[in-house]
Write a protein that binds this ligand. Structure first.
Ligand code: BG6
Length: 484
């Protein structure tokens, strides 16, 4: 265990923010508790607020209050936290920041490792990275890595502008763009399953697969995030990043090794092979109030334009222009205020065709391999078996694995894994710029179609239901149905 320990200085921009409190501090605490974060770490939080170290520590303590831990561990952990008031737009403030960093580096013997966590509005990313460079903080020897939260641009050209701005201060190898889905245990299991099971890998092509279905359903409305969401919609919020990255892990050719360079090379090739989508390949919709009155109409949510045509639901499919997947549609659907919170990847296999007796109305259904990503975590194989009895009749049998039953003491949270990866310098589960650019290329093509159509209103679906009927029609046209 000890050789895996990592230390370093973490500078947290946006230290007062919701993400830091909900996810980042608890993740750091669990890393510390599991002795993956060594005593040689310090965290320097900053925001514009005038807080003292003690006030900041109380915020951090509050954020970990539901963790199971002994008092001594908590007391030792919190001693590593410091705060400085900092206005990211003020060049002068960086000098003070640097002084604080030097002090903490010495006090905690953090070594040469520096991680800048930008948990702020993306509008500040260029200013912060430029500020760090101008104050010669990032040119001061040692390693200097930056982690960025999404959104990374709003289209390809704004993303490129942002990337160019970052590139002034940081090399690509030091930029860690978070897609938190890539830290999820079962998302990582997609590639692992392919690596560890050549027979399963051998099925993943158009000879055996009928279609792929990726579902990222959510059972909550946009709530307090209306201002952000109305400018993003499901397409930027979920397709541009999470769905395309998950699809890529399943669809890319198996990398020569799990090393980051091999993984990213194949991911990029796959993303480039995704054809731009036509207008007919997507369905979008907006939620209406739920029947029990708990959810209101999307158009009445705070900070949502009353005539908004932002989609809260998106379904569609893309085709991949290569020999492996040529005929296989990759379907996806995602939405807010649905009846379920569920993430799954279904690999729907081809049926046995006319080798079976169709007249008897008993031909086998399509077998499936399902990655249950959340809330259940595991792999399911749905196979046709013989129904016990004299006749040769098929029945579908489900063979299920559940990660919870694997008897592992602990399954780390996505952020925990990603922060640790950034500290040890492993970029495998972060998005590269080239990947992001392709993801934007795909998304921009869809948005261009929508703009051309000049839509004034969107189809709707009632809150707490499974979404618009148009999404069923989309698959029916291709002779397919949603598994769920
Ligand atoms: C975020 C989106 O990236 O992912 C949110 O901005 C969404 O709108 C969230 O709710 C879903 O993440 P998870 O881990 O809860 O499935």
């Amino acid at each position: 265990m000890t050789n895996k320990q990592v230390g370093g200085l973490i500078v947290m921009f946006g230290a007062a923010g919701d993400l830091a409190r909900r996810k980042l501090y608890p993740s750091l605490f669990r890393l510390y508790q599991r002795q993956l974060l060594s005593e040689n770490f310090a965290l320097l939080g900053n925001s514009r607020r005038e807080w003292t170290d003690d006030y900041f520590r109380d915020i951090v303590l509050d954020s970990i209050s539901d963790q199971e831990a002994d008092e001594e561990t908590i007391n030792n952990f919190i001693k590593h936290f410091f705060y400085t008031s900092h206005d990211a737009t003020q060049a002068d403030d960086y000098e003070h920041l640097n002084n604080e960093m030097v002090r903490l580096r010495n006090q905690f013997n953090t070594g040469e490792k520096n991680l800048y966590y930008l948990s702020t509005s993306p509008a500040l990313f260029p200013e912060i990275t430029q500020g760090l460079k101008d104050a010669e903080i990032v040119t001061d020897g040692g390693t200097h890595r930056v982690i960025l939260e999404k959104p990374f641009g709003t289209d390809l050209s704004s993303a490129k502008e942002l990337n160019d701005a970052l590139a002034i201060s940081f090399d690509e190898k030091d930029i860690y763009r978070i897609d938190h889905y890539l830290g999820k245990e079962m998302v990582q299991n997609i590639l692992a399953t392919r690596f560890f099971n050549p027979a399963v890998e051998a099925l993943l092509n158009q000879e055996f697969v009928s279609n792929i279905q990726i579902t990222l359903a959510e059972d909550m409305p946009v709530g307090s995030r209306g201002g952000y969401y109305d400018k993003s919609g499901a397409i930027r919020d979920m397709l541009q990043n999470h769905i395309l990255q998950v699809a890529t892990l399943l669809g890319m050719d198996l990398p020569a090794s799990p090393d980051q360079d091999d993984v990213h090379a194949n991911k990029l090739t796959f993303l480039k092979q995704i054809d731009s989508l036509t207008a007919k390949q997507t369905v979008r919709a907006q939620y209406l109030a739920s029947e029990d009155g708990e959810f209101i109409n999307y158009l009445e949510e705070n900070e949502v334009a009353p005539d908004s045509v932002t989609e809260t639901y998106l379904a569609g499919y893309f085709q991949v222009n290569n020999d492996r997947w040529g005929q296989v549609p990759f379907y996806f659907k995602t939405g807010k205020a649905l009846d379920d919170k569920r993430t799954t990847v279904e690999i729907v296999l081809k049926d046995a065709g006319d080798k079976t007796d169709i007249d008897k109305g008993c031909n086998p259904s399509q077998s499936r391999i399902t990655f249950n990503i959340q809330p259940e975590t595991g792999l399911a194989f749905n196979l046709n078996q013989k129904l016990p009895g004299e006749e040769l009749l098929p029945t579908m049998v489900s063979i299920n694995s559940n990660v919870d039953e694997l008897n592992v003491a602990y399954v780390p949270d996505a952020y925990e894994k990603l922060i640790y990866d950034a500290l040890i310098g492993d970029q495998t589960n972060f998005s590269t710029w080239d990947e992001l650019a392709e993801q934007w290329r795909i998304v921009d093509s869809i948005i261009a179609n929508w703009k051309n159509a000049g839509t004034k209103t969107l189809p709707t679906y009632i809150g707490k239901t499974r979404g618009p009927k148009e999404a069923d029609e989309l698959l029916r046209q291709n002779g397919h149905v949603w598994v769920k």
